[in-house]
Ligand binder design. Structure first.
Ligand SMILES: C[S@@+](CC[C@H](N)C(=O)[O-])C[C@H]1O[C@@H](n2cnc3c(N)ncnc32)[C@H](O)[C@@H]1O
Length: 222
């Protein structure tokens, strides 16, 4: 499989090994609590299935696995084998989790998952691949399935925007700034989702949950 041009090779370097420390420091050691809070918004039940796209070191994957229990199923997909290796080590006690080295733009799942989660993965890609990601999530979900996006949001404090722009352009993926400016709700609605919940989570983070739109006869669009 070809790795796309936009992909940040850093995720295959030593930076993968310090990713968890970086995220902890960046969030003042709040990341686990925030991830749990984000997953809680899905209202997952035992035995359900979750697809974690751009799962990285498995932060959201392992929390989802706790929620769905051993009878459930969680699949984590990522393009960095080094990040996945860390995730695999963390998930040894979770038989319900499986990890796959794959590009989230080209999956073949259809009607399989109760929830799809994307944590800090959507800002990593340019608009077209991102819209492909949303379409893939839509296809992978069962009718009434939910998509959870946990990612950066536009900073409200206007004077700080220049610093935020600099941060996103230098430390994060160059698409980060474009991501925080995009109207995700409009794009997701065009794909077939309807917005059910959107939450400003912490100073720089947003959680948005979109549910599959079901027509009156109980069937989902396309
Ligand atoms: C910032 S990390 C997020 C990891 C994790 N979800 C979290 O919340 O900490 C972004 C991840 O996206 C992955 N990624 C980027 N483009 C991808 C693609 N096209 N397909 C699959 N994974 C991708 C990277 O390998 C990296 O692990």
């Amino acid at each position: 499989m070809k790795v796309p041009k936009y992909y940040r090779k850093e995720f295959e370097s030593f930076l993968a090994d310090i990713y968890d420390v970086f995220v902890n420091v960046m969030t003042f050691f709040q990341i686990k609590r925030l991830r749990k809070k984000a997953i809680n918004t899905l209202g997952l039940k035992k035995g359900q299935s979750v697809l974690d796209l751009a799962c990285g070191t498995g932060g959201l994957t392992t929390i989802s696995a706790e929620k769905v229990g051993e009878k459930g199923k969680v699949v984590g997909i990522d393009l960095s084998q080094r990040m996945l290796n860390i995730a695999i080590k963390k998930s040894k006690q979770c038989p319900q989790i499986s990890y796959l080295w794959h590009n989230f733009e080209h999956m073949h799942y259809k009607n399989l998952f109760d929830a799809v989660v994307v944590g800090f993965g959507a800002h990593e890609v340019p608009p077209e691949p991102r819209h492909n990601l949303y379409k893939q999530a839509y296809k992978a979900l069962k009718p009434k399935g939910k998509l959870l996006i946990f990612d950066y949001a536009m900073i409200r404090n206007k004077p700080l925007r220049l610093f935020y722009w600099l941060y996103l352009r230098t430390i994060e993926h160059p698409n980060g700034w474009e991501y925080v400016n995009e109207n995700h709700q409009k794009i997701l609605k065009e794909i077939g989702f309807k917005r059910v919940k959107h939450q400003r989570f912490a100073y720089l983070f947003d959680v948005a949950m979109y549910q599959i739109k079901v027509e009156e006869n109980g069937k989902r669009r396309n």
